[in-house]
Design a protein around this ligand. Structure first.
Ligand SMILES: Nc1ncnc2c1ncn2[C@@H]1O[C@H](COP(=O)(O)OP(=O)(O)OP(=O)(O)O)[C@@H](O)[C@H]1O
Ligand SMILES: [Mg+2]
Length: 155
């Protein structure tokens, strides 16, 4: 099936569910044949929704200077990409990590389009405190509006 190079994008928010999505995405990216290596892109959208960062928020607020803020964001994003970097390295997958800012669903859809992504991998839920039956607000909007296929990994 996967006999040519695919571009897979996994969306990460640092939640346990997005870690599950990462391991599926790495597995999928590893399903390649011959000389065609799939590419994996991990995308994190920085938002101003404080609740999305829970235990990390203590380190995030309040920034006394721009340099301090940048350092905090660097640590947060390093943590968020930790699992995908480790798994991709273990499997020899080409990985690009991308950080953008804004509304998560809108940015995910836009980045997937701009980067010609073939398949988006997303968790069913994420950092949100409210327990939902199936989909969080980001995954619901992405499933509904993305221009490519979306693989929703269940919590
Ligand atoms: N800021 C983000 N950047 C990248 N991916 C994200 C971001 N937020 C969510 N996602 C992706 O969407 C999936 C579902 O998260 P979503 O935010 O929809 O659920 P939730 O946090 O439980 O609910 P809500 O945010 O609506 O309160 C996550 O597992 C992750 O893959
Ligand atoms: Mg969320």
């Amino acid at each position: 099936m996967l006999n040519f190079r695919r571009k897979i994008m996994v969306t990460v928010d640092g939640s346990a569910v997005s870690d599950k999505a990462v391991s599926e995405a790495v597995w999928l990216a590893g399903c390649q044949s011959g000389k065609f290596k799939n590419k994996l892109c991990a995308l994190f959208v920085k938002t101003d929704r404080v609740q999305d960062y829970d235990e990390m928020v203590a380190r995030w607020l309040p920034g006394r200077s721009d340099a301090e803020d940048r350092e905090r964001w660097q640590r947060i994003t390093d943590e968020i990409f930790l699992v995908v970097r480790k798994l991709a390295a273990e499997k020899g997958i080409d990985l690009e990590t991308v950080v953008v800012e804004g509304n998560p669903a809108e940015r995910i859809i836009q980045e997937a389009e701009d980067r010609d992504i073939d398949l988006l991998v997303i968790g069913s839920t994420g950092k949100g405190a409210v327990k939902r039956a199936f989909l969080g607000s980001v995954s619901a909007e992405v499933v509904e509006q993305a221009g490519c296929g979306v693989y929703v990994v269940r919590a």
